[in-house]
Design a protein around this ligand. Structure first.
Ligand SMILES: O=P(O)(O)OC[C@H]1O[C@H](OP(=O)(O)OP(=O)(O)O)[C@H](O)[C@@H]1O
Ligand SMILES: NC(=O)CC[C@H](N)C(=O)O
Ligand SMILES: [Mg+2]
Length: 502
């Protein structure tokens, strides 16, 4: 779920992109990068690490120009080597840089085509580098020394025909402008806004509205599924619908976990959705555990806070911050590798013992995926002297792999795979466990007044892959390629090979 941003400005963009990436850091904390363009030249900085570490003053000083794109990476394909940090760049045609959020689901086929028909070289195992080369090839096919927006859109229409999966993309075409586009189902989010200045209009396109708000850009609208926008260097905006018009079916997990609560995706407030999730879950708890004595509701920080507070209020039970979060440790779920994830839960969350001692505690989390967090927290609660430990999840059981940009490739790693609620409860060591129902989660996210979205990508909960091209064989290959053990091995090979020294 990387964070992407593109800015066309009337003044230097480096600080604006840096600030936007900082606001999108929760979407990817492994690597960051930025490309800016100045006088026909390009400045690129990317590396592993969080935004504040990747861009030091010495880099910022060199990132010159009024137009640029940025990326905050959570690796979901390839490896987490610095060679796969984004934006990626190819020099022909024009010099194109690209930042991508999501996953392509036909990377292997595309890669072969890129080598054998497009006669291009791919340097890494990243799906985003393949995507960039497909775009570059199709732009090249237009054979225009000076491409018009129509030439660019014509090329992009062919890209849409070739690529499959979930994607939101920003690409800087050096000397011409920024191209932004979203997959045909709108699985991955992308929004744009404008800012009026004395010197003219400025535009920002980003994964989440929060990046626009903070920089003072007025939100224009979400980019529609299958729609492309081109912001040219003269600050004109061009639009083309490249695939048949559809209502977006955004990823339901964005509302559950990925997005910041103050973001609005496809006109649905993430905060409101999480409040509604709390209401629905409280109703289920009352229904199923009506007679249970619960003394205190404790959220598992951070993301579950909004829903947990609502549960406590609805059920008239005290809400307490019984777990203190170390604010300097990132999100656990998007860390690469189970060992580091497990260790970081303990480093990140510490109990306030008297909130647990002799109490019947209801812990609330937004989701239970591998069970890493809940297992550790329940043990902590018991160590702190809790009488009974119940846990409620604002999302249903995650039973299926994700193929559109969340790194959940192997079903065996999912705690709910082939297990019922009682078995999961036993495994995480709780006295009781409740999951939200999928229908309730969907209703919590639907906002009929503000948004036309009625359906979501719910694949991780029900195995229904909306692109229609996901076979058992594909899933088996994905699991074999990207399970935790295999990933560790790949990291070692790639980093020692120094494929792409920076
Ligand atoms: O069952 P698991 O595999 O542990 O995954 C689910 C947990 O991971 C996420 O927290 P994370 O620490 O990533 O981020 P947060 O601080 O935003 O809650 C999520 O909010 C759950 O707490
Ligand atoms: N989380 C994402 O959107 C990742 C983008 C791309 N698949 C990568 O791994 O770099
Ligand atoms: Mg969490």
């Amino acid at each position: 779920m990387c964070g992407i941003v593109g800015v066309v400005s009337t003044s230097m963009v480096n600080q604006t992109i840096f600030d936007a990436l900082t606001l999108l850091q929760h979407r990817g904390q492994d690597a960051a990068g930025m490309v800016t363009s100045h006088d026909g030249g390009l400045c690129l900085r990317k590396d592993n690490g969080p935004v504040s570490e990747v861009f030091r003053t010495r880099h910022m000083k060199k990132l010159l120009g009024n137009i640029g794109i940025g990326h905050a990476r959570y690796p979901t394909a390839g490896t987490s080597s610095s060679a796969e940090a984004q934006p990626f760049y190819v020099n022909s045609p024009y010099g194109v840089s690209l930042a991508h959020n999501g996953n392509l689901t036909n990377t292997a086929k595309l890669k072969q085509e890129v080598f054998e028909s497009d006669l291009r070289h791919i340097n890494t195992t990243s799906d985003s580098e393949v995507l960039l080369n497909v775009l570059a090839h199709e732009l090249h096919e237009e054979a225009k020394l000076v491409p018009t927006p129509d030439d660019i859109f014509n090329a992009l229409e062919r890209v849409y025909k070739r690529i499959e999966g979930g994607y939101a993309v920003v690409a800087l075409i050096t000397g011409y402008g920024i191209l932004a586009f979203r997959d045909p189902d709108g699985v991955r989010p992308l929004i744009y806004g404008s800012r009026e200045t004395e010197n003219g209009m400025e535009y920002m396109v980003a994964s989440e509205s929060v990046a626009l708000d903070a920089a003072g850009f007025k939100i224009e609208r979400d980019i529609r599924p299958g729609e492309a926008m081109f912001f040219d260097v003269d600050h004109n905006v061009h639009v083309r619908q490249c695939t048949p018009e559809k209502v977006a079916r955004p990823c339901l997990f964005e509302y559950v976990y990925f997005a910041r609560p103050d973001t609005v995706i496809d006109n649905i407030s993430v905060y409101k959705a999480r409040i509604n999730m709390g209401d629905a879950l409280a109703a289920k708890i009352k229904r199923e555990w009506g007679d249970l004595e619960i003394d205190v509701v404790i959220p598992i920080p951070d993301t579950s806070r909004t829903a947990a507070l609502q549960i406590a209020q609805t059920m008239d039970i005290p809400f307490r911050e019984g777990l203190v979060k170390n604010r300097y440790i990132g999100r656990t779920f998007i860390m690469p590798g189970q060992t580091v994830r497990k260790k970081s839960v303990r480093q990140k969350l510490n109990p306030v013992p008297f909130e647990f001692k002799d109490k019947n505690v209801l812990l609330v989390d937004d989701s239970i995926v591998r069970g890493t967090t809940s297992r550790e927290i329940i043990e902590m609660a018991r160590d702190a002297g809790a009488n009974k430990v119940f846990i409620a999840s604002a999302a249903p059981e995650v039973r299926y792999p994700n193929v559109y940009g969340i790194d959940m490739p192997a079903v065996e790693e999912l705690i709910a795979h082939n297990r019922n609620v009682d078995e999961i409860c036993e495994l995480i060591g709780a006295d009781g466990l409740i999951f939200q129902d999928l229908a309730d989660l969907k209703s919590a996210c639907i906002d009929e007044k503000h948004s036309d979205v009625r359906e979501f990508d719910t694949s991780v909960f029900d195995g229904n892959y909306i692109t229609g091209n996901i076979t058992e064989e594909y899933l088996a290959n994905l699991a074999a390629l990207r399970n935790d053990a295999k990933k560790n091995k790949l990291e070692t090979i790639v980093s020692s090979d120094m494929l792409y020294p920076m």
